[in-house]
Design a protein around this ligand. Structure first.
Ligand code: B12
Length: 343
């Protein structure tokens, strides 16, 4: 039953009510709120950024804190996608600026942040080609050859995808198309984006709109293109990824007795955590950036704590990977730096 009527994005209670609706799988109610705001003359950009995007960030926190289940997060995200589509469907802006291809890097499934970006750019007069989640590099490049855009907007929300992001950035720039990068995977202030050769980076869709509206294409130096930054340590970790994970699981089983009582779901979650340890380590090695790994450890420790998993489990997991990499000093140093963060 709908008992409210919202007329401004700053209305008291709007954020909580909208979060309640998406958390209750009330798609009808959420879309009604969005339509009410549009009817009251609220700018669509404000609805997208201040309501839909902000709510999604809150959904992520609730999931990380173990207050909301994965299923509830998925349901809420599906409603956010529908609410965004409802806003987009109400407004048509003729393209006046240029054409931009928008895609997530290979293996990156967070499509909603770039969908928000896509709609914000469309409202600013760009013609957008939205390719969505996980676009393999070669397919992205053939799309560019077919459509000849003025820019590529590439999203990476999880740092494990950075090596793929690098290959994609290199391929786009080799095809003569400048790249704007974004998403939290590119690190604080987007510093990994620059390292990987992107022409520009923006923290948010609003910033990207401003960045692309002025001074585009950028006058970047001729790129020193190299599709690969990894060294011997990175190559070893990637090549032996499966063994590193399975051996670490065996070691955990021996050295962390509590695991012997795990049910299938707990075993799956532990395998996923071990997989993340190895994948974030590989990315950190690829970019020679210890912070990629330490940020991951800090985040994982908080997520595990919220789920009642003691810190010692993560420490033992890090140790189980380190024991297999004693001939690789950079990897060992990164694993040690991570272990120091786990109290
Ligand atoms: C929904 C969601 C998912 C959904 C995505 C569905 C979809 N259709 O998008 C699914 C279930 C697939 C998912 C999966 C995973 N997720 Co997730 N997810 C989220 C969640 C809750 C919301 C994402 C979102 O829509 N955010 C809202 C937008 C608006 O966020 P935003 O970052 O501010 O977006 C802006 C900028 O990033 C920027 N931007 C983004 N891309 C680009 C690109 C360009 C070119 C530019 C200029 C700007 C730009 O513009 C956006 C708009 O302003 C976040 C939590 C969060 N706080 O974001 C976690 C989150 C991103 N996920 C996380 C994780 C860990 C995962 C998984 C690894 C979980 C797992 N165990 O499997 C997988 C990884 C999947 C993969 N390989 O991609 C973590 C990442 C933590 C970390 N260490 O990096 C987060 C932060 C959750 C958390 N609090 O811990 N996830």
């Amino acid at each position: 039953m709908i008992s409210h009527s919202f007329r401004s994005i700053d209305d008291p209670g709007l954020a909580e009510e909208y979060l309640r609706l998406v958390g209750d799988s009330d798609e009808y109610g959420a879309i009604l709120v969005v339509n009410e705001l549009l009817d009251a003359g609220v700018e669509p950009q404000r609805i997208m950024m201040d309501l839909i995007a902000r709510t999604q960030a809150r959904v992520g926190e609730l999931w990380a804190e173990n207050v909301w289940s994965v299923a509830r997060e998925h349901a809420a995200t599906a409603i956010s996608e529908r609410a965004l589509a409802a806003v987009a469907a109400r407004i048509t802006v003729p393209p006046t600026r240029g054409r931009i291809t928008i895609a997530c890097v290979d293996g990156e499934w967070h499509a909603l942040p770039v969908r928000l970006l896509c709609e914000m750019l469309r409202l600013d007069g760009w013609r957008t080609d939205f390719l969505g989640a996980s676009v393999p590099g070669p397919h992205l490049v053939s799309h560019l050859h077919q459509t000849g855009p003025d820019a590529v907007a590439l999203s990476c929300m999880i740092a494990t995808r950075l090596p793929r992001a690098h290959a994609a950035i290199t391929a786009c720039r080799s095809a003569g198309i400048p790249v704007i990068a974004g998403g939290r995977g590119f690190g604080p202030g987007g510093r990994y984006a620059q390292h990987l050769g992107a022409d520009a980076w923006a923290a948010s869709a609003e910033e990207a709109v401003r960045r692309l509206a002025r001074n585009w294409p950028p006058h970047s130096a001729d790129p020193q293109l190299s599709a690969f930054l990894g060294d011997e340590e990175y190559t070893h970790v990637v090549r032996h990824r499966g063994t590193l994970i399975s051996t670490a699981m065996d070691t955990l089983m021996r050295t962390y007795p509590r695991m012997r009582g795990y049910n299938t779901r707990q075993m799956d979650a532990t395998t996923e955590d071990m997989t993340h340890i190895v994948d974030f380590l590989a990315s950190a090695l690829y970019l020679s950036e210890t912070q990629i790994f330490t940020d991951f450890v800090t985040w994982t420790a908080a997520v595990l704590e919220a789920r009642g998993v003691p810190a010692v489990a993560l420490r033992v997991g890090l140790e189980a990977v380190r024991a297999q990499l004693h001939d690789f000093p950079t990897a060992v140093a990164m694993l040690n730096a991570g272990a120091q963060l786990v109290k």
